[in-house]
Design a protein around this ligand. Structure first.
Ligand SMILES: [Zn+2]
Length: 197
């Protein structure tokens, strides 16, 4: 392939790529590529701009940062309740951190609102994709650390093939089951092994 970029252009291009590629996403892409899977990146026409789009498997993969997308946190919306003594309206928020998403104590309301908005938007995008026949796979940053990467990606592989078979084999002719009685018999006599079985 002929290199048509000047060094400066290449530098600009590379720094652009670097700024866009979060590390966990890169790990997923590298794994997929090295195992023979091909994909497209950040396809704008697909809702929610998934990080990885695998058209062949009709699958969109989102690689989510545990903090920004609120992995496993509890962010129940404010529950309106009455104070027992003064009957004053108060709002109680049920918020719980998770192992990989700890909401900062300062500016807590800001972070909670931000993460909640992200989660709502995520959910909307996933739903649109699913309604259009796409499989949505969500990979969390914490599932992609070195010790878990292989296991996580093997599960992704199973999901890809499973969805592929279920989606694209519907038109295939059903497998015809034959009654065992209709099968030709083997004309062999049982062998004598000289054992008292
Ligand atoms: Zn996580």
């Amino acid at each position: 392939m002929t290199d048509i970029m000047t060094p400066q252009q290449r530098h600009n291009c590379m720094s652009h790529i670097r700024s866009k590629d979060t590390k966990p996403e890169l790990k997923v892409r590298q794994w997929l590529w090295s195992h023979g899977y091909r994909y497209r990146l950040c396809v704008k026409s697909v809702p929610g701009k998934p990080d990885i789009v695998m058209r062949k498997y009709r699958t969109a993969i989102f690689v989510n940062g545990c903090f920004w997308h609120g992995h496993d946190v509890v962010l129940l919306p404010p529950v309106k309740t009455f104070h027992e003594t003064s009957l004053q309206k108060t709002s109680i928020q049920q918020i719980a951190n998770s192992q990989c998403c700890k909401i900062p104590k300062t500016n807590r309301d800001f972070w909670v609102a931000k993460i909640r908005r992200n989660q709502e938007r995520d959910l909307q995008n996933y739903q649109i994709l699913q309604e259009n026949g796409w499989q949505v796979i969500i990979l969390w940053e914490c599932q992609l650390k070195a010790s878990l990467l292989e296991q996580t990606m093997r599960q992704v592989e199973v999901q890809l093939h499973d969805y592929f078979l279920r989606t694209f084999s519907r038109k295939a002719k059903p497998y015809i089951l034959v009654d065992e009685e209709d099968l030709p018999m083997a004309a062999e006599e049982p062998e004598e092994y000289g054992l008292n079985l």
